[in-house]
Design a protein around this ligand. Structure first.
Ligand SMILES: CC(C)(COP(=O)(O)OP(=O)(O)OC[C@H]1O[C@@H](n2cnc3c(N)ncnc32)[C@H](O)[C@@H]1OP(=O)(O)O)[C@@H](O)C(=O)NCCC(=O)NCCS
Length: 222
């Protein structure tokens, strides 16, 4: 496994444009809590070791990226909805799998929001496929193909959710979003009714496979 953080751009250049800085590292990168701010340590004071590691890995990666953006290293604490509160003028997203942590940040003058997700590529079981996917998203696929497509759609929908939520504060279920995939790009349409700001909204992005994981990236331009 990679010992140090790597730029997503190096391995997956099509995921984000160059105006998004993004990095990933093994979760073990979160074993060193020494650089956390006191208020960040407070968040994980009573957390189990796995959660401490993933939280710390995300914060360490994020602080490094903020330094690259020439932004001050303020504490990145979660708000009441669990969204990290980014410094003024910055948007970002954090994701964890059991093995990896990944973070993306950009300037809000370029993007209103970004959403990132990382998942291992193990296929979903059939009942989960039905919970995550709309029938049209898996039509014509056999059960093995549906399991793999389901995992990809799960990751894309999580990235889309994390992209839209900080702007809308609207909860979306998996069937509230329809995803169309073309090559490694996707377009997600919000189907949820009675959500004036986002009903019918289209959110675009891309995905890439690396190290047995799928990385999904969604963005909304400024
Ligand atoms: C937030 C959510 C999407 C992903 O959380 P998760 O399963 O823990 O997965 P990840 O590790 O990829 O992401 C966690 C990170 O997302 C961020 N996050 C948490 N809640 C968030 C939110 N509401 N909006 C944006 N980002 C959020 C945090 O940075 C968190 O990491 P941290 O606690 O270490 O800071 C999920 O928990 C959730 O609330 N889902 C709601 C329903 C849904 O998924 N709908 C999809 C249909 S579009």
């Amino acid at each position: 496994m990679l010992p140090e953080p790597c730029d997503l751009q190096t391995f997956m250049p099509s995921l984000f444009s160059k105006s998004v800085l993004s990095r990933f590292a093994p979760t073990s990168f979160g074993e060193d809590e020494s650089s956390l701010h006191a208020s960040e340590l407070e968040v994980i004071l009573r957390a189990v070791p796995k959660r401490r590691r993933e939280f710390t890995a995300g914060r360490r990666l994020a602080h490094g990226l903020l330094a690259d953006l020439r932004k001050d290293s303020i504490p990145l604490v979660p708000d009441d909805d669990r969204c990290p509160v980014w410094p003024s003028g910055v948007v970002g997203s954090i994701s964890h799998s059991s093995a990896l942590c990944a973070v993306a940040v950009s300037l809000s003058e370029r993007y209103q929001s970004v959403g990132l997700d990382v998942e291992d590529i193990h296929p979903l079981d059939e009942p989960l496929v039905e919970r995550i996917c709309l029938p049209e998203e898996i039509s014509g696929l056999d059960s093995e193909q549906s399991g793999h497509r389901g995992k990809l759609l799960f990751s894309i929908k999580e990235a889309v959710y994390k992209c839209q939520f900080p702007l809308s504060r609207v909860f979306l279920g998996f069937h509230d979003v329809k995803v169309e995939i073309e090559g490694t790009h996707f377009c997600a349409t919000v189907l949820k009714e009675n959500a004036a700001d986002i009903t019918g909204k289209e959110i675009e992005g891309a995905y890439a496979l690396h190290l047995g994981h799928v990385f999904s990236a969604a963005r909304i331009f400024a």
